[in-house]
Design a protein around this ligand. Structure first.
Ligand code: DGJ
Length: 754
C-alpha cells in the first residue's frame, strides 16, 4: 500500500495490496483520471489520458478547447466551461456568474487519515490498518475557489476513500449549487450496472441492467438514504458474477439525499459520479469558509461481487464502525412491537420478560408507545415524558423489575419528529420543517423537526438523554418514520434555505455523536421505518441497523442478500417473527425464521406468552445456536453461494472464519419440488488441504418430525452427521443437499476444520 508522485511523469499512483488508482497532471495543469484496476506498477501510464491526440489540450489547440473539455477524463469535472457531461461542481458567484475551471496547484501526501468535520468517515484501524492520504490542491483563480481532492488508503484494505473540500478564497460569498464527492471516468464499453432498489418492507433488492447512452441514476431526494434506492452503484463486466469478472463499486458514507449516476458519452466512455444530490441543495460559502462533502468508498474487484463484498465488509468492520459492540456478542432481544403494537402496559411487558427469560432471551426492548398519550401513531412525538398510565410507577420501576428478572432493558425513540398533536408543537410550531404559508405535508401524521436550529438539536438530545439518565437502559432503537418534504426553515435566512437538507443530516450526526459521548456503553440500533437509513453514515454511530420491517424469512432472503452485498452480517438487525407474518401473511417454519435471523443480530419480535408451546420449546435451542455461531457470523468472511432471486428455488450463503477453521452454511429451500434429485452446492473460502467434519443442526427436530410423519425429515440426513470431507472436495466437487420435503424449510450445516 502506498501513494507515490512521479515528478517526471506527473502521475500520482495510489496502490493497495491488489489495486491501483492513477491520476495525472496533464498539460495546462488539468487533473485527469488515468487508471483504476489491478496493479500496474508502471508510472509511464499518463498517455492513457489521450492528451496527445486531437483535440489536444487548449495550449496546443486553443480553438478547440470545447471539444477537449468534453472528452478529457476529468478527475473532478466542473460545470459551465465546456464539459457537457455530468459535473461534480457547480458554483455561482455573488454576481450570478456560473462557471468553474480547476487547475492543479500543489499536493500533499501524509500518513494517516484526517477526520471530516461533522461527518462520519473511515479512520485508521489499530495495528495493520495504517492509512495514507493524498490531497491534491487545485484552484479556480477567477472566482477564488480552492478545491482539495482527497484520497486515502489503508494497509489492510483494497478500498479507496475519496472526499472533497472547498474553500472560498475570494472576498465575496460563493454559492455552491452542486458538490459531488467522486467521479470515475473510464472507457467502460459494454459495462452493466448493479443497484439496490426497493420500498418499505422490500429494501435493497439487487437489480442489474445494461448501461445505455445518456444518464441513468439512482438517487434520493427524501432527506435520508431511503428504502427506495441506495447510495451504492457498481459497474461491472457483463460476465461478472459472484466469483469472477471486474467490478467497480461506489458507496456513499452519508445518510441524506444522494445521486449515483452512470453516463455513457458520445464516445462510449463512461462517467460514474456520486455525491449529495444537487436538487434542493445550495450552500452559501462566505469568504474564508470551507465546506467538506461526505466521503465515497470505491472498491475495485477483479474477482466478482464476492470479493467486492469481502472488501466492503472488512473495511467497515476495521475502519468505520466505532462501537465497542463491534466485536462483542449482542444480547438476544425480544421486542414488543409486533407483539403488542401500542396496546401494552408494564404488566404485559413484564409477562413477556418473564417468559423470555425462561427461554434464554437476554434483553427486553420496549418499542413505540410508552410516552405522552401515544396509544396510536397520531400523536405525542416530541413529548418524551413517560406515560404512567401504561408504565405504572414510571419507567425506572419497570426497568428495575425487568432487570430484577435478569434481563437488560432497551427503549425506542423517534427524536427527529414532532406530532401536530403534541405539547411540543403547540408551544413551538416553528420547530417543524415547513414552507411559509403552506400547510406541511403529513406522513404518518407527523412533521419533521428542523434540526438546522441549534435549540431543536438541544431539545431532541436532552429528551433522549434525560430518559437514559433516569434508568438502567442498555440499548436504544433510534427510529425515523417519515421522509422529508416541504423544506422550509424559519431559522435559516432566505439565501440559506438550500442548506436545510444537509444541515438536517448534520444535526442527526451531531445528536448521535453527543449520545455516544455521554453514554459510551450504550448499544445503539438505527432504524428508519424498517431499513430506510441503512447506510455507512449511520454505521459510524451504530454497529447495527434494523434491516426491514419485513421479518418474513422468505422476503428477508432478498433483503438480506442485498444488504450483505455491502454491509457485514453483524450490522443487520434481524428478528424471528410470529406467523402468519404481519406483512406477507405467510406461514413459515419457526426453525427457518430463526435460521434466517441468525444471519444478523438475532432477536424475537412476537408475544412469547402467546405463541404455541412447540415454538416456545424451540427457543432455547435456537439461542444456544446463536451463541455458538455468533462469533463466526460477526467476524467471519461471507460468501454468497446461491440466490433465490436468480434461481427461484433456493437460497444459500456461507460464513467462514478468518482462519478457515470452521464454516456455517445456511440453505433455505423456498419451494419444495417433487421428484427431483439432490442439489449440489459448492462451498467457498475453505482450506482445500484441510478436512472438515460435518455437523447438521436441528437433527433431533428433523427426526422427531419425520417420526410424527409431519414431513419426510429423514431425507435431510442421508449425509450423516460426523462425515468428513476435504475442503477441496467441498469446494470443487460440492456437497449434496437432499430435497427437503416442505416449502420454506431450511438447514444449517456446520463444517469444523480437523
Ligand atoms: C418502524 C420500525 O421499523 C418498527 O420496528 C417500529 O419500531 C415502528 N416504527 C414503531 O413506530
Amino acid at each position: 500500500m502506498g501513494i507515490l508522485f512521479s515528478q517526471e511523469h506527473k502521475v500520482f499512483q495510489i496502490t493497495t495490496q491488489n489495486t491501483e488508482y492513477c491520476i495525472g497532471i496533464a498539460d495546462d495543469r488539468y487533473i485527469g483520471h488515468i487508471y483504476y484496476g489491478k496493479r500496474l506498477d508502471d508510472l509511464r501510464c499518463g498517455y492513457l489520458m489521450r492528451t496527445k491526440e486531437p483535440p489536444f489540450v487548449p495550449s496546443a489547440n486553443r480553438r478547440d478547447k470545447g471539444p477537449f473539455m468534453d472528452v478529457f477524463p476529468f478527475e473532478y469535472p466542473t460545470w459551465g466551461v465546456g464539459d457537457y457531461r455530468e459535473s461534480c461542481l457547480k458554483v455561482r458567484t455573488d454576481k450570478g456568474a456560473c462557471g468553474c475551471e480547476l487547475h492543479y496547484v500543489d499536493h500533499r501526501i501524509t500518513e494517516g487519515k484526517p477526520k471530516l468535520p461533522g461527518l462520519p468517515a473511515t479512520f485508521e484501524g489499530p495495528g495493520a490498518g495504517k492509512g495514507q492520504t493524498l490531497e491534491i490542491f487545485c484552484r479556480d483563480s477567477v472566482i477564488g475557489l480552492k478545491v482539495v481532492l482527497r484520497y486515502s488508503v489503508f494497509a489492510d484494505s483494497d478500498a479507496l476513500i475519496r472526499s472533497v473540500s472547498l474553500e472560498n478564497e475570494s472576498q465575496s460569498p460563493l454559492h455552491i449549487e452542486k458538490v459531488l464527492s467522486a467521479c470515475l471516468d473510464m472507457d467502460g464499453e459494454g459495462m452493466e450496472r448493479l443497484t439496490l432498489n426497493g420500498s418499505w418492507c422490500r429494501e435493497r433488492r439487487m437489480e442489474r441492467s445494461p448501461i445505455a447512452h445518456g444518464k441513468q441514476a439512482v438517487s434520493s431526494l427524501r432527506g435520508e438514504s431511503s428504502h427506495q434506492e441506495h447510495p451504492f452503484l457498481a459497474v461491472m463486466e457483463p460476465g461478472a458474477n459472484q466469483d469472477q469478472g471486474q467490478v467497480y463499486a461506489m458507496n456513499f458514507v452519508y445518510s441524506g439525499n444522494f445521486l449515483a449516476q452512470t453516463e455513457k458519452s458520445q464516445f462510449d466512455s463512461l462517467r460514474v459520479v456520486m455525491g449529495i444530490h444537487p436538487e434542493g441543495f445550495e450552500w452559501v460559502l462566505d469568504p474564508g469558509e470551507s465546506f467538506t462533502a461526505p466521503e465515497v468508498v470505491c472498491v475495485y474487484s477483479d474477482q466478482g461481487l464476492g470479493r467486492m463484498s469481502l472488501i466492503f465488509h472488512d473495511l467497515y468492520r476495521n475502519h468505520l464502525i466505532r462501537s465497542p459492540y463491534l466485536h462483542q456478542k449482542r444480547p438476544v432481544l425480544i421486542n414488543n412491537w409486533e407483539a403488542t403494537y401500542f396496546d401494552f402496559d408494564s404488566d404485559k411487558l413484564l409477562a413477556i420478560a418473564r417468559e423470555a427469560k425462561k427461554s434464554g432471551i437476554e434483553m427486553l426492548v420496549m418499542d413505540d408507545g410508552w410516552f405522552g398519550r401515544r396509544n396510536n401513531d397520531n400523536c405525542s412525538l416530541g413529548d418524551w415524558t413517560v406515560n404512567e398510565e401504561k408504565l405504572k410507577g414510571g419507567l425506572k420501576a419497570l426497568v428495575d423489575q425487568v432487570r430484577a428478572e435478569g434481563l437488560l432493558f432497551g427503549i425506542w425513540f423517534e427524536p427527529e419528529m414532532i406530532s401536530p398533536d403534541s405539547d411540543l408543537y403547540r408551544s413551538h410550531p416553528d420547530w417543524a420543517i415547513k414552507l411559509p404559508g403552506r400547510e406541511a405535508t403529513l406522513s404518518r401524521n407527523q412533521y419533521v423537526l428542523d434540526l438546522s436550529r441549534p435549540e431543536v438539536v438541544d431539545y431532541a438530545y436532552e429528551s433522549v438523554a434525560a430518559i437514559l439518565r433516569s434508568a438502567d437502559i442498555s440499548y436504544v432503537k433510534w427510529d425515523m418514520n417519515r421522509q422529508l418534504s416541504d423544506m422550509g426553515s424559519s431559522y435559516l435566512d432566505g439565501a440559506r434555505q438550500g442548506e436545510l437538507f444537509h444541515r438536517y443530516v448534520l444535526g442527526v450526526y451531531q445528536l448521535q455523536e453527543r449520545l455516544l459521548e455521554e453514554f459510551p456503553k450504550l448499544l445503539l440500533e438505527n432504524c428508519s421505518g424498517g431499513g430506510a437509513r441503512f447506510d455507512p453514515g449511520m454505521l459510524y454511530y451504530s454497529p447495527q441497523i434494523w434491516c426491514s420491517d419485513d421479518m418474513d424469512p422468505i422476503e428477508r432472503l432478498a433483503i438480506q442478500e442485498g444488504t450483505a452485498l455491502i454491509y457485514p452480517l453483524s450490522t443487520m438487525g434481524a428478528h424471528v417473527c410470529d406467523c402468519p407474518n404481519h406483512t406477507t401473511g405467510r406461514t413459515t417454519p419457526f426453525t427457518t425464521r430463526a435460521h434466517v435471523a441468525m444471519a444478523g443480530t438475532f432477536g424475537y419480535e412476537l408475544d412469547i406468552t402467546k405463541i404455541s408451546q412447540s415454538d416456545r420449546d424451540k427457543i432455547p435451542g435456537q439461542i444456544s445456536q446463536y451463541h455458538k455461531y455468533q462469533p463466526l457470523v460477526r467476524e467471519g468472511d461471507y460468501y454468497r453461494i446461491a440466490s433465490w432471486r436468480e434461481n427461484h428455488q433456493y437460497d444459500c450463503w456461507q460464513v467462514v472464519s478468518k482462519d478457515k477453521g470452521e464454516a456455517l452454511v445456511t440453505y433455505v429451500q423456498v419451494l419444495s419440488q417433487p421428484n427431483y434429485r439432490s442439489r449440489k452446492i459448492c462451498l467457498k473460502g475453505l482450506d482445500p488441504d484441510r478436512d472438515y467434519r460435518l455437523e447438521i443442526e436441528d437433527t433431533q427436530e428433523f427426526k422427531e418430525r419425520a417420526k410424527a410423519k409431519e414431513f419426510d425429515g429423514i431425507c435431510r440426513l442421508t449425509q450423516p452427521d460426523g462425515q468428513v470431507y476435504s475442503g477441496r472436495l467441498l469446494m470443487q466437487g460440492g456437497f449434496l443437499i437432499q430435497r427437503l420435503h416442505e416449502d420454506f424449510s431450511s438447514v444449517l450445516l456446520h463444517f469444523i476444520g480437523q
